[in-house]
Design a protein around this ligand. Structure first.
Ligand code: SF4
Ligand code: SF4
Length: 118
């Protein structure tokens, strides 16, 4: 009984150990492997990232100048980032948002007159 009272009093005087998510978004540690971002402006569509991806999540179309990724097929191994000689890929800290369908995100290199896809 004494132990129980001590625990209750301690918890009443302490800050909660949980976070009020999503009101207070989580700050990710610096080296978190969240999701892959592509700088489509510098991509040369060599396809090396696609060849080195162990899950086949990346598709590169050189003719149409598109770079695609199936987000839920990615296991955040970082192999594509390491193998892109152009440094067009980077690992971002935030995770892919949950979804009910497996979407493929496609990025198209713009012509000189139009802005890049986001
Ligand atoms: S390895 Fe880099 S430059 Fe080559 S297709 Fe992939 S992102 Fe583009
Ligand atoms: S991080 Fe790994 S699994 Fe994800 S796209 Fe890159 S190579 Fe493929």
């Amino acid at each position: 009984m004494m132990n129980f009272t001590k625990t209750v009093l301690h918890n009443l005087c302490s800050k909660p150990v949980t976070r009020p998510y999503p009101q207070e978004p989580r700050e990710y540690p610096q080296r978190t492997r969240g999701h892959i971002a592509v700088n489509i402006d510098t991509c040369i569509f060599c396809g090396l990232c696609s060849k080195k991806c162990p899950t086949g999540a990346i598709t590169v179309n050189r003719a149409e100048k598109t770079w695609s990724i199936e987000r839920f097929g990615c296991i955040q191994c970082g192999s594509c980032v390491e193998n892109c000689h152009n440094k067009s890929l980077s690992m971002m800290q935030s995770y892919t948002q949950p979804d009910a369908v497996k979407n493929v995100d496609t990025y198209t290199q713009p012509t000189k007159d139009e802005p890049a896809d986001q």
